[in-house]
Write a protein that binds this ligand. Structure first.
Ligand code: SF4
Length: 358
């Protein structure tokens, strides 16, 4: 069955043609889809008979919304169940991060994660399958539909999806097919500029090279340590692709003018926030092409790490800036509903008192 979430105009025209339906309806259907409407019953300018048939010919919505939680800052976390395919019955989370001028959807590419970074809550959830492209795109469409049905106050949110980040559950480069299919749809169908899409990876170097050749979106690297001994512990994929290999691939990643690669660095007290870690970063970072983004650590029950204090993070940031490294500190969003960086885990029961019915 053709998945509506990733269908192109040509595919949909062919499908309609095969069933003797007028091909011009394809554009109308995709106009709805591109606004997040995937239920044919809501496609008002499509005749009733065709709406019914569309539900038979296409896989219209592969996800069921189980719960939606909303943070005090307006961040929304969605728990979604996959309704068919290889991951049937399994659950993933995605997050909408509102701002007055923009709206970002953080999407998941896997159920759990193939990797096992010890500070990350998702890493504590066993890997349970790769999502297909249409299941990843459907997360974006679901958020669009939710914002239209139930907008946030305008003081908090532009109530539109302008940016996409692959920073949810999973290592995107371990699911290249699903992620490439998603990128093709986001760029070619939903017309989201590549400057507004960021893929975060722990550093699977061959995948990064292929990404740069095919879909050179913004790149973020889960760095977290700039020497191999420590990074082998914090980001175990470093044992396979050590920093020297990562360096080579990052230096060759295509970057448009004025853009940079983001090196994400979660601040763990006494682990990677010491003087020697500043020195290691100063040696590793390519100042002309990269910036460091320091992240407050969000604790979770499966980890013994403690986050660095805000004061210490600011001191660390100043030390990097003094060494000529562009450094920012990420504002934590949605941590009261476990929607912040490194907190997603769809095997964790959702707190019922905080959950809104789907
Ligand atoms: S940090 Fe990323 S790659 Fe590492 S376990 Fe968490 S989700 Fe997986």
């Amino acid at each position: 069955m053709t998945p509506l979430a990733t269908a192109s105009l040509a595919e949909l025209r062919t499908l309609l043609d095969q069933h003797g339906a007028p091909a011009f309806r394809a554009q109308q259907i995709l106009d709805w889809r591109n606004k997040g409407v995937v239920n044919p019953e809501e496609m008002r300018n499509i005749p009733n008979a065709l709406r019914e048939k569309l539900a038979e010919w296409c896989l219209c919505d592969p996800l069921t919304l189980i719960t939606r939680q909303q943070s005090a800052d307006g961040t929304r976390k969605y728990l979604l169940q996959l309704d068919q395919g290889k991951c049937i019955g399994k659950r993933v989370e995605c997050v909408f991060i509102p701002e007055p001028e923009r709206g970002t959807v953080c999407i998941s590419s896997q159920v759990g994660c193939t990797l096992d970074c010890p500070f990350c809550c998702t890493g504590s959830q066993p890997f349970d399958g790769n999502l297909a492209g249409h299941e990843i795109v459907a997360q974006v469409l679901m958020v669009m539909a939710d914002l239209r049905r139930d907008p946030l106050p305008v003081s908090l949110s532009a109530n539109r999806v302008s940016h996409i980040v692959f920073m949810g559950q999973g290592e995107p480069m371990s699911n290249e097919k699903g992620v490439h299919d998603t990128l093709k749809t986001l760029l070619d169908q939903l017309n989201i500029s590549r400057r507004r899409i960021t893929l975060s990876t722990s550093g699977l170097v061959h995948g990064i090279t292929r990404l740069g050749a095919k879909y050179p979106v913004n790149l973020a690297i889960s760095l977290h340590a700039a020497n191999d001994a420590l990074r082998d512990q914090l980001v175990p994929i470093n044992r396979t692709f050590p920093l020297a290999q990562l360096r080579q691939v990052l230096d060759n990643y295509p970057l448009p003018a004025q853009r940079h690669i983001t090196l994400e660095y979660v601040m763990l007290a006494g682990v990677n926030d010491r003087e020697e870690d500043i020195a290691a970063l100063a040696r590793f970072v390519n100042r002309g092409r990269e910036r460091v983004n320091l992240i407050h650590y969000n604790p979770h029950p499966a980890s013994d790490f403690t986050g660095s204090s805000s004061d210490h993070i600011n001191t660390f940031a100043a030390a990097l800036t003094n060494r000529g490294i562009r450094t920012t500190v990420r504002r934590s969003r949605g941590d009261d509903i476990a929607a912040a960086c490194g907190q997603l885990n769809s095997s964790t029961p959702t707190a019922p008192e905080n959950a809104a019915p789907a």
